[in-house]
Design a protein around this ligand. Structure first.
Ligand code: ADP
Length: 693
């Protein structure tokens, strides 16, 4: 039978219960700081405790008092573990109990105590004896305590004391700025301990333990420390927001090398599950091998500059590049106090950078190729700026112009360039610079000036001149015999011309016709050679061919009183066209006869170093030294010879040179004016076996 009556002791207990309830509901509705909920639960526990204690003292009989005293333990058992957890959270202690899984372990002793209390009616382990006492006229539950009670009290005080120690330790670590709030927590934490100890040592005389009051008063102090000071504490909140929101992944490492904080980006970048980072040593968190290697190096660094490394990692979405940066924080005495690890996904940046590098290399290669072309071309290329400054110029241009200054350009070139610039369209011209003829093309470049190129056409000009000269020489050389043929023909036909003069005219006509035939034959032979028509080759012996040429010309020599001697050693055969080689001998021999008024001609063949040589030496007029270099040119004749009216075309030696060179050989001449000349040529001898094939 439950029975109640009024007791004065109920008032303070109800006040404490209501106060605790208010604090609990306030705290449980708060999201910040993180320990608010733990504090709320603690206050709820105290509210339950004091509420049932109030009902207990209002009990009019033993049954009522006993029931509510037992129910009181529903709140009592919650207080020590929540107290300890609050201390852990508030002091930011890293403990296995910070994980919810282990935190529940703290509640087990209380649960056991609760079971014992609720079943005490049968076991009497908690209170071996209970009776109804009298306290100043009010009924009061008297009890003796069993072993279970003392064990449970020991565990509870252990937890309370551990919590108190945490506040002491935290106080010593905390900087002056935050000390007030820690002092409040210290007092709050110490107060119930002191009160209980005083009660148990019988220093105060109370019917029941002062714990419930003490905890309520602590609750007020704590709520001030937690909600007032923590909220003034803007810096940690701001820091938290910054850390959460920075685009880099961030890990805070304590001095033991464990991760104590990580922002969401860090989880994303490391692809880590939510429980994989906090509380673990940095070197053991799940991360790609390269990233871990970078962590290890970074952790080994002292207080020097931050360690940074780019790491390539493979992800499901493809290859990524992470920049890992480890900064060591300095603690007291410049010892490392912890580290900050920053992670940044720089894949995009690296890709753009690589693209730029490739682009640069390609451009550079193209530029180099272009520069190579421009620098090696034999055409001069010049880029002239608008004020007549030279913006670029290739080596060929420097060589052709002999200057790198616009002012140094030949006046003719400058005035022409000026004109082009004014007319603003492409133009070409021919200008002679330093004895060379150039074909110049200039084109204005909008906004820059103009670019001009110079092509050396001296050689083409020379060729054109030679062609003109050739045409006029040939026409002259053909016309003069023709004129004399016509003249003598008219004379022969004229009535009254004596028989003797007519015969003379016919002889002259024949000689002129011969000259023309000779000229045409020589020209044809040269043209054939120069056209590059391959003559048919066979094995021939030079001494044999020399003999044949001598036989042809012996008569002419005899008529002039010139003696021909031979030193024709049998020489190895050469691969040659017999008709052409006979012609070469013939030309050399006929020249020797023609330019030797009287004397001896020696014709020699010899073998020397795999070569066969043919030489014609005369004791004739010789050749002036100045003429020797040109003697093998087409139509070239020594002035003295022309004025002495010695008949010739100037093509004989050119023909010899062409023939010999076509056969892979060389010609040469040695001559002393007034003493005689030696003409020779040399051809490669051919091995027997090659000849037969
Ligand atoms: P040409 O029909 O005038 O003989 P060639 O080409 O055979 O033409 O010779 C060119 C020139 O070389 C001759 O005009 C002559 O002045 C000179 N020449 C050639 N052979 C001799 C020589 N054996 N002695 C002196 N001068 C020579």
């Amino acid at each position: 039978m439950l029975a109640f009556q009024y007791s004065v002791y109920v008032i303070p207990l109800l006040i404490a219960a209501v106060l605790s309830l208010v604090l609990a509901s306030y705290a449980l509705r708060r999201a910040e700081p993180e320990e608010a909920h733990t504090f709320g639960l603690l206050m709820a526990g105290i509210a339950i405790w004091t509420f049932f204690l109030a009902l207990n003292v209002s009990g009019a009989n033993l049954e009522t008092q006993l029931l509510f005293n037992r129910l009181k333990y529903l709140g009592v058992v919650l207080v020590p573990p929540l107290w300890l957890l609050l201390a852990l959270q508030y002091t930011k202690q890293d403990s296995i109990f910070s994980q919810p899984r282990y935190a529940t372990l703290l509640f087990i002793p209380g649960l056991i105590s609760l079971l014992i209390v609720l079943t005490d009616g049968w076991t009497h382990w908690w209170w071996p004896e209970v009776w109804l006492d009298d306290l100043n006229g009010y009924p009061f539950l008297g009890r003796s305590h069993g072993l279970a009670y003392f064990l449970s009290t020991l565990v509870d005080y252990g937890m309370l004391f551990a919590g108190f120690l945490l506040y002491v330790k935290f106080y010593r670590q905390t900087r002056a700025l935050y000390r007030t709030q820690v002092i409040l927590m210290l007092i709050a934490g110490g107060f119930p301990l002191v009160a209980s100890i005083a009660y148990h040592l019988r220093l105060v005389s109370l019917p029941w333990g002062p714990d419930a009051f003490a905890f309520s008063i602590s609750g007020i102090l704590m709520s001030v420390a937690i909600f007032h000071y923590r909220f003034l504490d803007i810096v940690p909140v701001a820091r938290r927001t910054v850390v959460e929101q920075i685009p880099e992944g961030m890990l805070i490492i304590d001095k033991e090398g464990r991760v104590v904080d990580a922002n969401p980006t860090a989880y994303t970048l490391l692809d880590a599950p939510s429980d994989a980072l906090i509380g673990r040593p940095l070197l053991e968190i799940p991360a790609p091998l390269g990233v871990r290697a970078a962590f290890a190096t970074g952790m080994n660094m002292g207080l020097q500059a931050p360690f940074t490394q780019d790491v390539h990692v493979t992800r499901a979405q493809g290859a990524r590049v992470l920049a890992v940066k480890v900064t060591t924080l300095s603690g007291p005495h410049d010892r490392p106090a912890g580290r900050i690890v920053l992670l940044q996904d720089i894949t995009e940046r690296v890709r753009v950078q690589q693209e730029l590098e490739t682009l640069y290399e390609e451009t550079e290669r193209a530029r180099e190729r272009m520069a190579l072309i421009i620098s090696t071309t034999t055409d001069a290329i010049v880029l002239v700026g608008e004020e007549g400054s030279i913006l670029a110029m290739n080596p060929a241009a420097r060589k052709a112009l002999g200057t790198t200054y616009y002012a140094g350009f030949p006046a003719a070139l400058r005035s022409w360039l000026k004109q082009v610039q004014e007319e603003t369209h492409r133009a070409t011209t021919e200008i002679e610079i330093n004895q060379q003829m150039y074909y110049i093309t200039a084109a204005p470049v909008t906004g820059t000036g103009l670019v001009f190129t110079m092509h050396d056409i001296t050689h083409f000009k020379e060729l054109a001149r030679l062609k003109d000269e050739f045409v006029s020489t040939v026409s002259h050389d053909l016309r003069s015999p023709l004129t004399s043929i016509l003249g003598y023909a008219m004379m022969a036909q004229r009535a009254g011309t004596s028989e003797e003069r007519r015969l003379l005219a016919l002889e002259r006509i024949e000689a002129s016709a011969h000259r023309m035939t000779q000229l045409i034959e020589d020209l044809l032979a040269l043209a054939t050679l120069e056209a590059g028509v391959q003559p048919t080759m066979e094995s021939v012996t030079l001494d044999q061919l020399a003999q044949e040429a001598i036989e042809d010309l012996e008569g002419a020599a005899l008529r002039k009183g010139v003696i021909i001697r031979t030193q024709l050693a049998p020489v190895p055969p050469v691969l040659a066209n017999p008709k052409m080689m006979r012609q070469a001998w013939h030309n050399l021999l006929s020249n020797a006869i023609k330019y030797t008024p009287a004397g001896t001609i020696v014709v020699t063949t010899t073998t020397r170093n795999q070569h066969v040589e043919g030489v014609v030496r005369d004791t004739g007029m010789g050749i002036p030294a100045a003429d020797i270099p040109y003697i093998f040119d087409k139509f070239y004749r020594v002035e003295a010879v022309v004025s002495a009216d010695i008949v010739g075309t100037g093509l004989g030696l050119a023909l010899v040179k062409s023939i010999v060179e076509q056969h892979g050989g060389q010609v040469w001449v040695e001559s002393v004016l007034g003493e005689g000349s030696t003409f020779g040529f040399r051809l490669p001898a051919v091995a027997e076996n090659l000849l037969s094939s």
